[in-house]
Design a protein around this ligand. Structure first.
Ligand code: IMP
Length: 197
């Protein structure tokens, strides 16, 4: 199937392509008049709500174009700190911009739970069919910022499946093997392998 990924992030496209092209699907960026798309993101609806809203917006965008019969893929992700109830979640990027990573480290006192997890939701829509998957990467928040790789919360996130370094200290290839996005895309690939009824 020809899949149009509604994201401006080239790394996400490469990662999805790596996983889904093995199954014979093609993955391309969904473009709007050769420009990157700005979606409305109703963050109060949570990751899945944001993803489903983006699907509807992307559908409206390709209606009546030569891409109208392509599948649309969206992915939304965020970090969830155990010390705070389901926060910042879908608001991760806003919170990161407002507080900065130092501000987030300051919120966590020594007694507080430093557990955290990244979550990703992937939604693929083709006509009336919709496939939804999610992925989780569990870990904890470090005491200080470490490493300059990755983006967002990576310098303060130590994955449980790693060797004690933050994602910021790991190469992209190593992160991508255990990331929440990898898990969501892998689950999507598994679903697509299952013959439809
Ligand atoms: P998006 O869904 O990729 O736009 O991510 C939303 C926000 O969640 C990002 O701006 C980051 O703040 C955070 N986030 C999601 N995934 C990651 C990740 O893999 N590393 C670091 N931050 C992430």
């Amino acid at each position: 199937m020809r899949i149009l990924f509604a994201t401006g992030n080239a790394d996400k496209i490469n990662e999805a392509a790596q996983i889904l092209e093995e199954l014979g699907h093609s993955v391309e960026q969904l473009m709007s008049e050769a420009e990157r798309i700005e979606f409305d993101e109703p963050k109060n609806l949570g990751l899945e709500g944001v993803a489903l809203s983006k699907i509807e917006q992307a559908r409206a965008m390709i209606e009546g174009t030569e891409s109208a019969d392509c599948a649309i893929l969206v992915e939304d992700s965020g970090i969830f700190l155990h010390a705070f109830d389901e926060w910042p979640g879908a608001n991760s990027s806003d919170v990161e911009q407002e507080l900065g990573l130092d501000g987030i480290l300051d919120l966590l006192t020594e007694e507080q739970d430093r557990g955290a997890e990244y979550r990703a939701v992937a939604v693929l829509a083709l006509g009336e069919r919709v496939w939804k998957t999610s992925g989780v990467c569990r870990g904890r928040i470090s005491a200080e910022k470490l490493g300059g790789n990755g983006f967002g919360y990576d310098p303060i996130f130590i994955p449980d499946a790693g060797d004690g370094r933050t994602f910021g200290q790991m190469l992209a290839a190593a992160k991508n093997l255990i990331s929440h996005r990898r898990a969501a895309m892998q689950a999507l690939a598994e679903l697509l392998k299952t013959p439809s009824k």
